[in-house]
Design a binder for this molecule. Structure first.
Ligand SMILES: *Cc1c(COP(=O)(O)O)cnc(C)c1O
Length: 439
């Protein structure tokens, strides 16, 4: 069962997080409700940072904000001394509103618009991760117009694709992201960028996938990149100051998942980079990483109220909750699995197996199939674990269902960081129809 951070069962048999009984959170904020265990996010952030420090490696740990992008979350990342990845003008805008130091912001994406690049330059963000030739030329032309120079990383695809348990080695990776390292594109990009006056190449970036449970893929990617860097040093006197190895460190959603300790990934990867750079006589670059899920995923819990039920004789019992694919689209999108308990009767013995349905008009809106639970009915509370990453950030208003609020809990204090959407919020962009029907 879920056993992370400050979560525990209290004397009343209720789930408690950050020193607060979640039943009282439900009474105060209503359901559905996203709850984040702030102490656990801090612990994860410090785990990554301390590992770099212990190994004496200069580093940046950038929170991939797409996992959960909100002003309060970015401020928390800043408190912990993290850097920040953004992938759109909207995430960058949120970061600026959060007062996040621009020099520690990195901008990703495979199709950044001119407006987004101009915005990034105006805010003087730390670096732009250039994805393709179109962007490289566009950025150079904007920098020339403005007589500016910006730091960039070149995103390369080393031909390793990680799929949770296994990874695929492809000669030429079929991915929409980045410059291919194997077919000469990356080298061409480097040569062009080195001739440009508006960009300064700090180094290379790669991101091989998400929810990865082992370090083999990361190490292979690092090996391939370092091999190339060695060639480029000899041929172009290019030295990479930074090597960004992306994010993708896996977390444990259910008992089937067996990730490493987050910091353990870093340790093994760094050691490999140290070994390979030594072998090739290269200076050890700064290592940047970009965890998203592994910083916030298991710190998030979604609390729902149970409502209706339906019994299909000899098949199954459905229990419906007051949320679903609106606030957690991952089961519908990727068949993602979650664990859950009754938050108000957490010590009660398991009595039956039920399936948890969302409230959207969509048969695919099923949150959990075949969940062992005590006999539950309306007004019981269901807590679904590990919903901190790609939950709120992928939330939507399908069926015009308002998005739930987000509350941070720490040291017995609760703080609302996103309020519940209202019906007025839902219609605020709508404009009344002006055309009339000609009779
Ligand atoms: C999504 C993404 C990340 C974060 O991935 P997680 O699996 O959440 O750790 C990091 N870097 C890049 C470039 C990404 O696209």
């Amino acid at each position: 069962m879920y056993n992370y951070g400050t979560a525990c069962i209290n004397k009343e048999g209720h789930l408690e997080v950050g020193g607060i009984d979640v039943v009282s959170l439900a009474e105060h904020y209503g359901t559905p409700l996203y709850i984040y265990d702030v102490a656990l996010i801090r612990q994860r952030a410090r785990g990554f940072k301390n590992t770099f420090e212990q190994l004496g490696v200069t580093a940046q740990v950038a929170y991939a904000s797409k996992a959960f992008a909100a002003i309060g979350m970015m401020q928390l990342a800043n408190q912990e001394g993290l850097s920040l990845d953004v992938v759109s003008g909207g995430e960058l805008y949120t970061a600026m509103k959060a007062g996040f130091p621009a020099e520690r912001i990195h901008f990703h994406g495979n199709n950044k618009s001119r407006e987004e690049l101009v915005m990034a330059l105006e805010h003087r963000i730390g670096c732009i991760v250039v994805d393709n030739f179109y962007e490289l030329e566009l950025l150079e032309s904007i920098c020339k117009e403005k007589s500016e120079k910006v730091n960039i990383l070149l995103r390369v695809t080393p031909g390793i694709e990680a799929h949770t348990h296994d990874y695929i080695l492809t000669g030429q990776e079929d991915s929409k992201f980045g410059f291919d390292l194997n077919n000469g594109q990356a080298e061409e990009a480097l040569k062009r960028a080195m001739d440009m006056t508006g960009v300064e190449v700090l180094g290379l970036h790669c991101h091989i996938g998400s929810q990865i449970f082992e370090t083999t893929g990361f190490k292979l990617a690092a090996d391939k990149i370092i091999q190339k860097l060695s060639e480029w040093k000899n041929r172009f006197q290019f030295e990479s100051k930074v090597l960004n190895l992306g994010g993708g460190f896996g977390i444990r959603y259910t008992e089937e998942d067996e990730p490493l300790e987050p910091a353990k990934y870093v340790e093994e990867i760094i050691k490999e980079v140290q070994k390979k750079t030594d072998e090739h006589n290269l200076a050890m670059p700064e290592i940047w990483i970009e965890p998203g899920r592994s910083l916030v995923g298991d710190a998030g819990i979604t609390l729902y109220s149970i409502g209706s039920e339906k019994f299909v004789p000899e098949v199954r019992k459905y229990l419906a909750i007051d949320g679903g694919m609106n606030d957690n689209i991952r089961p519908a999108l990727y068949n993602a699995k979650y664990e859950a308990i009754l938050a108000n009767r957490a010590n009660d013995p398991v009595e039956e197996t039920v399936s948890i349905a969302g409230k959207c008009c969509e048969s695919g809106d099923m949150l959990i199939w075949d969940l062992p639970l005590p006999k539950a009915s309306h007004n019981d509370l269901l807590a679904v674990f590990c919903t901190g990453a790609y939950g709120y950030s992928m939330a939507n208003n399908y069926n015009r269902i308002p998005r739930p609020p987000v509350v941070f809990v720490e040291n017995s204090q609760a703080e609302l960081v996103i309020r519940r959407e209202s019906y007025d919020d839902l219609v605020k962009l709508d404009l009344p129809l002006n055309v009339t029907v000609k009779q």
